[in-house]
Design a protein around this ligand. Structure first.
Ligand SMILES: [Mg+2]
Length: 260
Protein backbone atom coordinates (compact mmCIF):
# COMPACT_ATOMS: atom_id res chain seq x y z
CA UNK A 1 0.00 0.00 0.00
CA UNK A 2 1.51 3.28 -1.10
CA UNK A 3 -0.96 6.06 -1.81
CA UNK A 4 -3.99 7.76 -0.29
CA UNK A 5 -6.94 9.45 -1.94
CA UNK A 6 -8.94 11.75 0.30
CA UNK A 7 -12.52 12.79 -0.13
CA UNK A 8 -12.96 16.37 1.12
CA UNK A 9 -16.44 17.18 2.38
CA UNK A 10 -17.29 15.07 5.41
CA UNK A 11 -13.70 13.82 5.74
CA UNK A 12 -11.51 16.93 6.12
CA UNK A 13 -14.31 19.40 6.85
CA UNK A 14 -18.06 19.68 7.14
CA UNK A 15 -19.21 22.96 5.60
CA UNK A 16 -16.84 25.58 7.00
CA UNK A 17 -15.91 23.49 10.06
CA UNK A 18 -12.67 21.47 9.90
CA UNK A 19 -12.71 17.89 11.17
CA UNK A 20 -10.45 17.77 14.23
CA UNK A 21 -7.07 16.27 13.32
CA UNK A 22 -7.55 16.54 9.52
CA UNK A 23 -4.67 18.97 9.02
CA UNK A 24 -2.36 16.79 11.16
CA UNK A 25 -3.21 13.72 9.06
CA UNK A 26 -2.33 15.50 5.81
CA UNK A 27 0.90 16.79 7.40
CA UNK A 28 1.69 13.18 8.44
CA UNK A 29 1.19 12.11 4.80
CA UNK A 30 3.60 14.77 3.58
CA UNK A 31 6.17 14.03 6.32
CA UNK A 32 6.14 10.33 5.41
CA UNK A 33 6.32 10.95 1.66
CA UNK A 34 3.00 9.17 1.04
CA UNK A 35 1.64 10.15 -2.40
CA UNK A 36 -1.87 11.54 -2.02
CA UNK A 37 -4.58 13.38 -3.88
CA UNK A 38 -7.86 15.05 -2.99
CA UNK A 39 -10.77 13.85 -5.05
CA UNK A 40 -14.13 15.43 -4.72
CA UNK A 41 -17.45 15.45 -6.50
CA UNK A 42 -17.93 19.10 -5.59
CA UNK A 43 -19.00 21.00 -8.67
CA UNK A 44 -19.99 24.19 -6.90
CA UNK A 45 -16.40 25.44 -6.46
CA UNK A 46 -13.35 25.60 -8.79
CA UNK A 47 -10.02 24.17 -7.65
CA UNK A 48 -8.57 27.54 -6.70
CA UNK A 49 -11.44 28.06 -4.22
CA UNK A 50 -11.08 24.53 -2.84
CA UNK A 51 -7.32 25.02 -2.32
CA UNK A 52 -8.00 28.32 -0.51
CA UNK A 53 -10.60 26.64 1.71
CA UNK A 54 -8.11 23.87 2.61
CA UNK A 55 -5.36 26.43 3.29
CA UNK A 56 -7.73 28.20 5.70
CA UNK A 57 -7.94 25.02 7.83
CA UNK A 58 -4.19 24.43 7.75
CA UNK A 59 -4.00 22.04 4.78
CA UNK A 60 -1.50 23.08 2.13
CA UNK A 61 -2.33 21.72 -1.29
CA UNK A 62 -1.53 22.76 -4.83
CA UNK A 63 -4.40 22.87 -7.33
CA UNK A 64 -2.99 20.01 -9.40
CA UNK A 65 -3.49 17.65 -6.46
CA UNK A 66 -7.24 18.27 -6.52
CA UNK A 67 -9.33 16.28 -9.00
CA UNK A 68 -12.87 17.49 -9.62
CA UNK A 69 -15.54 16.37 -12.10
CA UNK A 70 -15.30 19.61 -14.16
CA UNK A 71 -11.55 19.03 -14.65
CA UNK A 72 -12.21 15.53 -15.95
CA UNK A 73 -15.24 16.70 -18.01
CA UNK A 74 -13.18 19.35 -19.84
CA UNK A 75 -10.64 16.66 -20.81
CA UNK A 76 -13.36 14.28 -21.98
CA UNK A 77 -15.26 16.92 -24.01
CA UNK A 78 -12.02 17.96 -25.76
CA UNK A 79 -11.05 14.36 -26.55
CA UNK A 80 -14.49 13.76 -28.06
CA UNK A 81 -14.59 17.08 -29.97
CA UNK A 82 -17.83 18.18 -28.30
CA UNK A 83 -18.11 21.95 -28.33
CA UNK A 84 -21.74 23.09 -28.05
CA UNK A 85 -22.78 22.67 -24.42
CA UNK A 86 -26.02 22.97 -22.51
CA UNK A 87 -24.49 23.83 -19.13
CA UNK A 88 -26.41 23.11 -15.93
CA UNK A 89 -23.76 23.96 -13.37
CA UNK A 90 -23.18 26.67 -10.78
CA UNK A 91 -22.00 30.06 -12.08
CA UNK A 92 -18.54 29.51 -10.64
CA UNK A 93 -18.14 26.10 -12.34
CA UNK A 94 -19.32 27.63 -15.63
CA UNK A 95 -15.94 29.45 -15.80
CA UNK A 96 -14.13 26.11 -16.11
CA UNK A 97 -15.98 25.55 -19.41
CA UNK A 98 -15.16 28.98 -20.84
CA UNK A 99 -13.33 27.45 -23.85
CA UNK A 100 -16.58 25.88 -25.14
CA UNK A 101 -19.67 27.31 -26.85
CA UNK A 102 -22.52 27.76 -24.35
CA UNK A 103 -25.99 27.05 -25.72
CA UNK A 104 -28.74 28.82 -23.78
CA UNK A 105 -31.94 27.70 -25.54
CA UNK A 106 -33.30 24.27 -26.31
CA UNK A 107 -33.94 25.23 -29.97
CA UNK A 108 -30.23 25.50 -30.80
CA UNK A 109 -28.12 22.41 -31.48
CA UNK A 110 -26.35 20.93 -28.45
CA UNK A 111 -23.48 18.36 -28.47
CA UNK A 112 -23.57 17.61 -24.74
CA UNK A 113 -25.75 18.48 -21.76
CA UNK A 114 -23.50 18.91 -18.71
CA UNK A 115 -25.22 18.50 -15.33
CA UNK A 116 -23.67 19.46 -11.99
CA UNK A 117 -24.81 20.70 -8.62
CA UNK A 118 -26.79 23.91 -9.13
CA UNK A 119 -28.08 24.00 -5.55
CA UNK A 120 -31.01 26.40 -5.33
CA UNK A 121 -30.52 27.27 -9.03
CA UNK A 122 -32.72 24.36 -10.07
CA UNK A 123 -36.38 24.95 -10.83
CA UNK A 124 -38.89 23.34 -13.18
CA UNK A 125 -38.09 25.57 -16.17
CA UNK A 126 -34.35 24.88 -15.86
CA UNK A 127 -34.74 21.12 -15.47
CA UNK A 128 -37.19 21.02 -18.36
CA UNK A 129 -34.81 22.98 -20.60
CA UNK A 130 -32.13 20.33 -19.94
CA UNK A 131 -34.72 17.64 -20.74
CA UNK A 132 -35.73 19.31 -24.02
CA UNK A 133 -32.07 19.59 -25.05
CA UNK A 134 -31.62 15.86 -24.41
CA UNK A 135 -34.64 15.11 -26.62
CA UNK A 136 -32.99 16.76 -29.65
CA UNK A 137 -32.12 14.57 -32.65
CA UNK A 138 -29.39 13.46 -32.92
CA UNK A 139 -29.30 12.97 -29.13
CA UNK A 140 -26.63 14.94 -27.29
CA UNK A 141 -24.46 13.27 -24.64
CA UNK A 142 -25.52 13.58 -21.01
CA UNK A 143 -22.33 14.37 -19.08
CA UNK A 144 -22.87 13.98 -15.32
CA UNK A 145 -20.54 15.80 -12.93
CA UNK A 146 -20.95 13.04 -10.35
CA UNK A 147 -23.83 10.80 -9.31
CA UNK A 148 -23.82 11.79 -5.65
CA UNK A 149 -27.40 11.67 -4.46
CA UNK A 150 -27.14 14.12 -1.55
CA UNK A 151 -24.68 15.80 0.79
CA UNK A 152 -24.75 17.25 4.29
CA UNK A 153 -24.79 21.05 4.30
CA UNK A 154 -24.70 23.08 7.50
CA UNK A 155 -28.51 23.24 7.53
CA UNK A 156 -29.01 19.51 6.81
CA UNK A 157 -29.07 17.12 3.84
CA UNK A 158 -29.32 18.59 0.35
CA UNK A 159 -29.95 17.04 -3.07
CA UNK A 160 -26.82 16.76 -5.22
CA UNK A 161 -26.29 16.40 -8.98
CA UNK A 162 -27.09 12.65 -9.06
CA UNK A 163 -30.75 13.23 -8.25
CA UNK A 164 -31.16 15.57 -11.25
CA UNK A 165 -29.11 13.32 -13.55
CA UNK A 166 -31.39 10.41 -12.59
CA UNK A 167 -34.51 12.47 -13.34
CA UNK A 168 -33.16 13.50 -16.76
CA UNK A 169 -32.00 9.95 -17.53
CA UNK A 170 -35.41 8.55 -16.57
CA UNK A 171 -37.33 11.05 -18.67
CA UNK A 172 -35.11 11.16 -21.78
CA UNK A 173 -33.62 7.66 -21.81
CA UNK A 174 -30.10 9.15 -22.15
CA UNK A 175 -27.27 7.11 -20.53
CA UNK A 176 -25.09 9.45 -18.49
CA UNK A 177 -21.32 9.60 -18.87
CA UNK A 178 -20.19 10.03 -15.25
CA UNK A 179 -17.27 12.39 -14.58
CA UNK A 180 -17.05 12.02 -10.80
CA UNK A 181 -17.10 9.33 -8.13
CA UNK A 182 -18.14 6.49 -8.27
CA UNK A 183 -16.92 6.24 -11.88
CA UNK A 184 -13.96 3.91 -12.28
CA UNK A 185 -12.45 6.31 -14.86
CA UNK A 186 -12.41 9.08 -12.26
CA UNK A 187 -10.43 6.96 -9.79
CA UNK A 188 -8.11 5.86 -12.60
CA UNK A 189 -7.42 9.47 -13.54
CA UNK A 190 -6.25 10.20 -9.96
CA UNK A 191 -4.16 7.00 -9.68
CA UNK A 192 -2.57 7.66 -13.05
CA UNK A 193 -1.48 11.09 -11.85
CA UNK A 194 0.08 9.51 -8.72
CA UNK A 195 1.69 6.72 -10.76
CA UNK A 196 0.28 3.88 -8.64
CA UNK A 197 -1.97 0.91 -9.39
CA UNK A 198 -5.40 0.51 -7.70
CA UNK A 199 -4.14 -2.25 -5.33
CA UNK A 200 -1.57 0.22 -4.01
CA UNK A 201 -4.10 2.84 -2.94
CA UNK A 202 -6.79 3.51 -0.37
CA UNK A 203 -9.71 5.90 -0.64
CA UNK A 204 -10.84 7.65 2.54
CA UNK A 205 -14.47 8.74 2.40
CA UNK A 206 -17.78 9.27 4.18
CA UNK A 207 -20.05 8.12 1.32
CA UNK A 208 -20.61 4.36 1.31
CA UNK A 209 -21.55 4.33 -2.39
CA UNK A 210 -19.45 7.00 -4.14
CA UNK A 211 -16.33 6.69 -2.00
CA UNK A 212 -16.28 3.14 -0.65
CA UNK A 213 -18.14 1.05 -3.22
CA UNK A 214 -16.86 3.19 -6.13
CA UNK A 215 -13.25 2.86 -4.99
CA UNK A 216 -13.54 -0.87 -4.25
CA UNK A 217 -15.12 -1.49 -7.69
CA UNK A 218 -12.08 0.28 -9.17
CA UNK A 219 -9.74 -2.03 -7.21
CA UNK A 220 -8.75 0.27 -4.32
CA UNK A 221 -9.42 -0.32 -0.62
CA UNK A 222 -12.15 1.87 0.87
CA UNK A 223 -11.63 3.33 4.35
CA UNK A 224 -14.85 4.69 5.83
CA UNK A 225 -14.89 7.54 8.35
CA UNK A 226 -17.68 8.00 10.89
CA UNK A 227 -17.93 11.74 10.14
CA UNK A 228 -19.79 13.86 7.58
CA UNK A 229 -22.78 12.07 6.11
CA UNK A 230 -21.85 8.70 7.68
CA UNK A 231 -24.84 6.87 9.17
CA UNK A 232 -24.79 3.49 10.94
CA UNK A 233 -27.33 2.15 8.42
CA UNK A 234 -24.71 2.67 5.66
CA UNK A 235 -23.07 -0.51 6.95
CA UNK A 236 -26.21 -2.57 6.19
CA UNK A 237 -26.11 -1.93 2.46
CA UNK A 238 -24.08 -4.95 1.45
CA UNK A 239 -20.88 -2.93 0.98
CA UNK A 240 -17.96 -3.85 3.25
CA UNK A 241 -15.30 -1.14 3.73
CA UNK A 242 -11.72 -2.43 4.20
CA UNK A 243 -11.73 -0.44 7.45
CA UNK A 244 -13.97 1.86 9.46
CA UNK A 245 -12.29 4.58 11.52
CA UNK A 246 -13.75 7.20 13.86
CA UNK A 247 -12.42 10.07 11.79
CA UNK A 248 -9.54 10.95 9.47
CA UNK A 249 -7.54 11.80 12.62
CA UNK A 250 -7.22 8.04 13.20
CA UNK A 251 -5.85 7.31 9.72
CA UNK A 252 -2.11 7.48 10.62
CA UNK A 253 -2.61 4.94 13.45
CA UNK A 254 -4.64 2.66 11.15
CA UNK A 255 -2.05 2.96 8.35
CA UNK A 256 0.87 2.29 10.70
CA UNK A 257 -0.92 -0.74 12.18
CA UNK A 258 -2.07 -2.22 8.86
CA UNK A 259 0.17 -1.01 6.08
CA UNK A 260 3.65 -0.09 7.31
MG1 LIG B 1 -17.83 13.31 1.32
Amino acid sequence: MKAILFDLDGVLYVGSQPITGAAQTVKWCIANGIPHMFITNTTSKPRVTIAAKLAAIGIDVTEDRILTPPVMAVQWLRENHLDRLGLFVSDITRQEFSAFTHVETEDAKVDAVVVGDMGTGWDFATLNRAFRMLMQQPSPYLAALGLTRYWRAEDGLRLDAGAYVAALQYASGAEPVVMGKPSRAFYQTALHQLGVSPEQAIMVGDDIKSDIDGAQQAGLKGVMVRTGKFHESDLNKGIKPAAIIKSVADLPAWWEGNVM
